[in-house]
Design a protein around this ligand. Sequence first.
Ligand code: NAD
Ligand code: TDX
Length: 332
Amino acid sequence: MKQMLVTGGAGFIGSNFVHHVIDHTDYHVTVLDALTYAGNKSSIESVLGERAAFVQGDICDAVLVDQLIAETDVVVHFAAESHNDNSLNNPRPFLDTNIVGTFTLIEAARRHGTRFHHISTDEVYGDLELNDPERFTESTPYNPSSPYSATKAGSDLLVRAWTRSFGLQATLSNCSNNYGPFQHIEKFIPRQITNILSGIRPKLYGAGNNVRDWIHADDHSSAVLRIVERGEIGQTYLIGADGEKSNLEVLHIILESMGEPVDAFDFVTDRPGHDMRYAIDSTKLRTALDWAPRYTNFEDGIGATIEWYTEHRTWWENDKKSVEDFYRAQGQ
Ligand code: NAD
Ligand code: TDX
C-alpha cells in the first residue's frame, strides 16, 4: 500500500483532504499535525485505524520529520498558520511554521527523493481592483500584503528553489478561499453562521465590498489529488471554481438561508491592509489535468455548510467565546 504523509491534516482543508483520499484512493495516510488552536483531531477521528494514523508533532522538528518522510511515498503539505488577522497581531508563529517548517520538510524530502506537493494560496499574488478584467494566473508576479501571505509566498519560493537547485520532486498549487465543514470559526463564513446560531449579530469588515473567489474544500481536495497523481514536476497550478462574491453578498446569502433579515448585522472596523479582491483563472489545471469542480451552486454549498455547523455544535462551541473576545478587543 502506498504511503501518504499529510501535514496539517487535523486542520480545515487538511482534514477534508484526508477524508477525500480515504474515500477515493488506496493510500495509507499518516497525518502529522501539532494540534495548535486550529487543529482538531476529532475532524479525522472516524478514519483513524487501518487506513490512517495520527502523529502529533511539529513540522519544524527535523528528527521527527526525517523519520516520517523516510517511510513515505508522497508528502502533501497543508500545515500552516493560516489566519490573516492573527498574523497582523503576532507574526512570529507564521515565520516559524510557514517558512522554517516548510524548509524542514523539503530538506527531508530532497534527502529521501520523496514526491512533495506544496499547498499555497492565491493571496501570494496580492490583490486586484474590483473592476480589473484580469484574474490571477500562474505567471502573475508575487506581491503579498499581510505577514500571512508574505510567509506563504516565502514558502512557495523555497519549494521552487529546491526544485530547481536540488531536483526536489515537487509540485505547487495556489487556491482561492475555501468553505465547507471543519473550518475554524475564526474565519469569515463559519464565524457568521456560528454568530447567528449563538444569538450574536454577524460582523462585516469595512463596507463589505471586498471580493473573495469561493471554492468548496472538497473541490480543493479533488484538485490536489489530481495534481499529486498527474501533475508535472516543477509546475504550479492555480485552483479555483469561478466563485467570486463580495463579502456583503455572502453575508446576505447566509442571513437569508438562516431565516434572518438581510440587514441583521454590524459593520465593524476594517482589517489593516485589507486585500480588495482575489480572482483565479484555473484554465491550466482544467485543460492540462482535466479537472472540474463539483460544487457549482454556492447557495447549495452554503446551505450544506450551515447544516453542518448546526448539527456539530460540540465541534465549535468551546472556541466561540475566546474567538469573539479576540475580535471584540480590536473592534471587530
Ligand atoms: P487551518 O489553520 O485550519 O489548519 C492548519 C493546521 O496546521 C492545523 O491543524 C494546525 O494544528 C496545523 N499546524 C499549524 N502549525 C503547525 C506546525 N508547526 N506543525 C504541524 N502542524 C501545524 O488552515 P487551513 O485553512 O486548513 O489551511 C491549510 C493550508 O491551505 C494552508 O497552507 C493555507 O495556507 C492553505 N490555503 C488555505 C485556504 C483557505 O481558504 N483556508 C485557501 C488557500 C490555501
Ligand atoms: O468577521 C469577519 N468579517 C469579515 O468581513 C471576518 C473573519 C472576515 N471578514 C472578511 C475579510 C475577508 O475579506 O471576509 C473575507 C474573508 O476573510 P477570512 O475568512 O479571514 O479569509 P481571507 O483573509 O480571505 O483568507 C482566507 O483565504 C485565503 C484564508 O484564511 C487563508 O488561509 C487563505 O490563504
